[in-house]
Ligand binder design. Structure first.
Ligand code: GP9
Ligand code: MN
Length: 427
């Protein structure tokens, strides 16, 4: 009931991390271009196959500090069965996905105080999601109304001729190309979410789109994984060039993230061949790193930032960059740039990762020696309890639809989903 939200509020307020002055408000009023790298794991960054970089463009953003990006190399996805939808939910609400199923589907009609709505109410942002697939996948056309997403550009906005489509939907290059004019027409400042799709299991690619030879493990998905990653990388370079040409690049916050793993532990044999080491359960947990990079106009990039963080931390980070205090809202993550950032990363299964040690399938490991810790310290066990408590509180929010009972501040206006309609009549 409504008293539960007070407990949650107390918890998230006690976790809250003060903003870092060097970032707070520095991106206020800037467009935000959020780029989703489907199924992209961080091991691809700087990885070489057949002596060739797989993702030279992304690598250049990571390695050339003049590009202005800060790359978080210890950033983890925290998704479960909701996959892409979990990533979307976690990053736009700072709530965890559910242990089973997809909250986008089962909790699609909940009350949320989500990032797009907050940005609109606090600073007049327009939000849009771009995705070359049907609108109802993952119940997006329902839940987006509850998140306060203004515009949803889905398959009817794109030329979906058979030669432009593969696997789940539109190929990434035509996707970005056709999104450009739509993006340019959005009312500014905007929060635009570009969701790629080609680098998706089972990593199908047309011959003319493959510019790197497959790996040779004999496991088809793993072998092609590098080819679709290369294609995604090229599509990104094309998009960046178009953004620069349009003038949008320079003055926008650009944020790039991976949604979840691409290679599951059903492929450990092939992956151990690729990486030249055994895929232990600790290694598997370490492989749940996905990229997170951000460029804020006028703020110098840090190069690589080694802070431990996860998708749950993205929303408070962005709010602070815009100059909106995260304290008003029920958020389970903390600002990644804050001195006071909580640098443990909960996984949905109750495990966690910190810089020094991790808890994987109930076993504690020393991250440096990779050895099992037979006698965990009190600190390690307490953290395990904190993680479970946090997940449980978040589940209570979703399952009880508890944000109904929460008012962030005096100005807040609850989202009315009937204000939103994605059934456009296109000419
Ligand atoms: C489909 C796409 C794929 O629209 O978002 O979702 P996933 O299978 O990765 O969850
Ligand atoms: Mn996905």
């Amino acid at each position: 009931d409504s008293s539960d939200i007070t407990e949650v509020d107390n918890y998230t307020k006690s976790k809250y991390a003060e903003p870092n002055e060097a970032y707070f408000g520095k991106g206020e009023g800037k467009n935000i271009i959020k780029i989703h790298l489907e199924s992209f794991q961080s091991f691809l960054i700087d990885f070489e196959l057949h002596g060739e970089e797989v993702t030279p463009f992304l690598n250049s953003l990571v390695n050339d500090q003049n590009q202005g990006f800060t790359y978080f190399d210890n950033f983890f996805h925290q998704t479960e069965q909701g996959k892409t939808a979990d990533a979307e939910l976690i990053m736009d609400t700072s709530l965890y996905g559910l242990p089973q199923g997809s909250a986008f589907v089962t909790r699609g009609k909940n009350t949320y105080q989500a990032l797009p709505a907050i940005m609109e109410q606090e600073q007049g942002y327009t939000s849009g999601v771009f995705h070359g697939d049907g609108k109802s996948f993952w119940n997006r056309d329902e839940v987006y109304k509850h998140l306060g997403i203004n515009d949803f550009y889905y398959d009817i906005f794109y030329d979906m001729s058979p030669d432009r489509v593969i696997n789940y939907g539109l190929k990434d290059k035509p996707f970005f190309e056709e999104s450009m004019p739509l993006l340019e027409e959005m009312e500014q400042p905007f929060y635009a979410h570009m969701m790629t799709l080609t680098h998706h299991h089972p990593y199908l690619i047309d011959e003319e789109d493959a510019t790197i030879a497959p790996a040779e493990t004999g496991d088809g998905s793993v072998d092609r994984y590098f080819q679709t990653a290369r294609y995604l990388d090229e599509s990104l370079e094309q998009f960046f060039n178009d953004l620069k040409e349009s003038g949008l690049y320079e003055d926008s916050i650009i944020m790039i993230y991976g949604d979840h793993y691409g290679i599951s532990d059903n492929h450990n044999r092939a992956m151990s061949e690729i990486l030249g080491e055994e895929i232990t359960s600790l290694k598997n947990a370490e492989l749940q790193r996905v990229p997170f990079m951000i460029k804020v106009p006028g703020v110098e990039g840090q190069g690589t930032n080694h802070t431990y963080s996860g998708q749950i931390d993205v929303m408070p980070t962005l709010l602070h960059i815009l100059g909106i205090d995260a304290r008003d809202y029920i958020l389970f993550g903390t600002d990644m740039f804050s001195e006071d950032h909580k640098d443990y990363v909960p996984f949905r299964n109750g495990g966690y990762m910190t810089e020094e040690y991790s808890l994987v399938n109930g076993i504690y490991y020393d991250n440096e020696t990779k050895e099992v810790i037979e006698e965990p310290t009190e600190e390690m066990e307490e953290l395990s309890e904190t993680v479970l408590h946090e997940l449980e509180l978040s589940d209570r929010v979703l399952n009880g639809d508890l944000l109904r009972y929460y008012t962030p501040n005096d100005e807040w206006e609850p989202i009315d989903p009937t204000d939103y309609d994605y059934n456009y009549k296109l000419e």
